[in-house]
Design a protein around this ligand. Structure first.
Ligand SMILES: NC(=O)c1ccc[n+]([C@@H]2O[C@H](COP(=O)([O-])OP(=O)(O)OC[C@H]3O[C@@H](n4cnc5c(N)ncnc54)[C@H](O)[C@@H]3O)[C@@H](O)[C@H]2O)c1
Ligand SMILES: O=C(O)CC[C@@H](O)C(=O)O
Length: 530
């Protein structure tokens, strides 16, 4: 059955066409974002949800989204998506980080020019038949200092455009490297220095714990007198009431805001002040940007739903379509290895170590690690997947470490997973053969070569004659057909293991009968999703 995607916000029709062209069943309900109850009622039917900013993908919506695999945000900010809730449920959240950057940077520049020359007010006055030439005295941008808070994608474009306007640009961004600052020709400053020096300030940071109220009343007091503030990033970065006071006192000469602490903003302390320009979150509102983000989100979501390729996800490592093909068997292998250990482990896990050798070490290790952890965790929760497993492991305080090496002898590459609990360490290794089939190649340090089947039986015993006979006859008595039988031992008369690949689950009677022989230390039926 074709995957089903719901578009619940006003996305460009280009997205609908892409989904259709890719064979996805698409439901376009552009006003649903405003109707939380209806969204809650129907979300359970969909594999994908494509949104802009009106739809709030809250914990409640996500809890009701029984089949949801991916949420695609046609835009940058994902503050309308509860990412931790989505991750825990195994839902990938992706955005389109570049599609509207130019448009938003251009909006910030337009807003800066509008506030420098009071264009909206002059426009309204002229339309009203007044000819107030002396009322609207502006300031030039040339030679002025523009302070950028956040020099990422959009900030860098603003820097480039402002330099074209012959402004001197300084930036505050703790994550901006010196090399990048030189490359984009910006002087890197501490925040206080920027606040004291800038004639104009524009913000291009996400809303986080660190950036919330970055222009607080205290910081507004540090601003150079006569500064003009532009915010086309997120509401909540500025204390609107404190800024309104500073505008009224004349300490701040003007402000241009596209975003507000509460949206839709029907009221704000900034509204109706003479030197304030406001727009209703139009930063990304151009035909070009909306086409870009709609096309991109539809392509990314279709890729994921149809091929497993992951691009621009915020809660999962990227996997290209090419990688998805090559990695498919290795992802399966790591899931099986994790699954094997998960089924063998009944006590709390303290640490998981994953060793990647040879060709395996050249693959996307973040994705393979996520698949391994998911394999381990599915015993406790069968719904765990590559998105949710690392989050759950972290929550449980499980330390995950990975190692790369290139020492394989017999194999081009392999993966070895070791799980540490209070009581013991357990390890299992596997590889992918040239036929693309995963194999277990080592358990407890003992070499074997076992194909992975949906139903298996794992036993351990002291190496001595008669074990194969016992296993064979008890399986036969219980009508269990053996497809493949693999044995291994540490040394003659040492520790021995057997892995049987059987056609149906081994019944409890057979497990009991094997236990009753006294020949085995461990008898464990296993199942794998092959
Ligand atoms: N108005 C709109 O319609 C609109 C459109 C697109 C994006 N946006 C907003 O613009 C923001 C920026 O987008 P972007 O694509 O440039 O993002 P980005 O991730 O490329 O850049 C953000 C920058 O902020 C910096 N940063 C993070 N924490 C910081 C801190 N505490 N202090 C200073 N700098 C910090 C980062 O290092 C990064 O360089 C988005 O988060 C989004 O909220 C708004
Ligand atoms: O979808 C929009 O109109 C706003 C998008 C913008 O806020 C973003 O973060 O990309």
């Amino acid at each position: 059955m074709a995957p089903k995607v719901l578009i619940s916000d006003k996305l460009s029709p280009a997205a609908v066409q892409i989904f259709k062209d890719r064979g996805i069943d698409v439901d376009f309900q552009p006003d649903l974002g405003k109707d939380k109850d209806k969204l809650l009622d129907i979300i359970g039917q969909y594999d994908g949800l494509a949104i802009r900013s009106a739809t709030k993908a809250t914990e409640k919506i996500i809890a009701a989204a029984e089949n949801l695999k991916v949420i695609g945000r046609a835009g940058i900010g994902v503050d309308n998506v509860d990412i931790p809730a989505a991750s825990k449920k195994g839902i990938i959240v992706m955005n389109t980080p570049f599609g509207n950057s130019i448009t938003t940077a251009e909006h910030a520049i337009s807003m800066m020019m509008a506030v420098a020359r009071q264009i909206p007010e002059a426009n309204a006055s002229t339309h009203a038949g007044k000819w107030e030439k002396s009322r609207f005295m502006g300031v030039e941008l040339t030679g002025k200092t523009l302070g950028i808070i956040g020099a990422g994608n959009i900030g860098s474009i603003v820097i480039d455009r402002a330099q074209g306007l012959r402004m001197k640009v300084v930036a505050y961004d703790p994550f901006l490297s010196e090399e990048r600052a030189v490359e984009i020709g910006v002087e890197k400053l501490e925040l206080d220095e920027l606040l004291a020096r800038a004639d104009f300030i524009t913000m291009h940071v996400p809303l986080t714990e660190q950036t919330k109220n970055i222009l607080s009343a205290e910081n507004i007091a540090k601003l150079k007198k006569g500064v003009r503030i532009v915010n086309c990033a997120r509401g909540g970065l500025v204390d609107e009431a404190a800024l309104a006071d500073a505008l009224k006192s004349g300490h701040v000469a003007g402000a241009a805001f596209d975003v507000f602490a509460v949206e839709p903003a029907t009221d704000s302390p900034l509204f109706n002040l003479p030197n304030v320009v406001v727009t209703p979150h139009l930063g990304a509102a151009t035909t070009e940007a909306q086409e870009n983000v709609a096309l991109q989100v539809a392509e990314q979501m279709s890729d994921y739903l149809l091929t497993g390729a992951v691009q621009n996800a915020l809660n999962m490592p990227s996997v290209t379509a090419e990688e998805a093909k090559v990695m498919g068997p290795w992802i399966k292998l790591t899931e099986h290895l994790g699954n094997f250990i998960g089924q063998m482990t009944d006590e709390p896990i303290k640490a998981i170590n994953i060793l990647f050798d040879g060709e395996a070490s050249e693959l996307n290790l973040k994705a393979l690690s996520a698949a391994t952890i998911a394999g381990i965790m599915t015993k406790a929760n069968p719904d765990t997947n590559m998105v949710s497993a690392p989050v759950i492991a972290k929550e449980r305080g499980i330390k995950v470490s990975t190692t790369k090496q290139d020492q394989s002898g017999a194999f081009e590459g392999y993966v070895k997973v070791t799980v540490v609990t209070e009581k013991r360490e357990r390890s299992v290794a596997g590889t992918v053969f040239s036929d693309g089939k995963p194999r277990f190649i080592q358990i407890k340090g003992i070499n074997i070569d076992a194909e992975v089947g949906a139903h298996m039986l794992y036993t351990t015993n002291k190496d001595r004659p008669g074990i194969i006979g016992t296993l064979g006859s008890i399986m036969g008595q219980n009508n269990v057909n053996i497809a493949n039988f693999t044995l291994g031992r540490s040394e003659a008369n040492g520790e021995a293991i057997a892995l049987l690949y059987v056609d149906e689950p081994v019944p409890a009677e057979a497990i009991e009968a094997l236990g009753a022989t006294g020949q085995f230390q461990q008898v464990k039926p296993l199942s794998f999703s092959v």
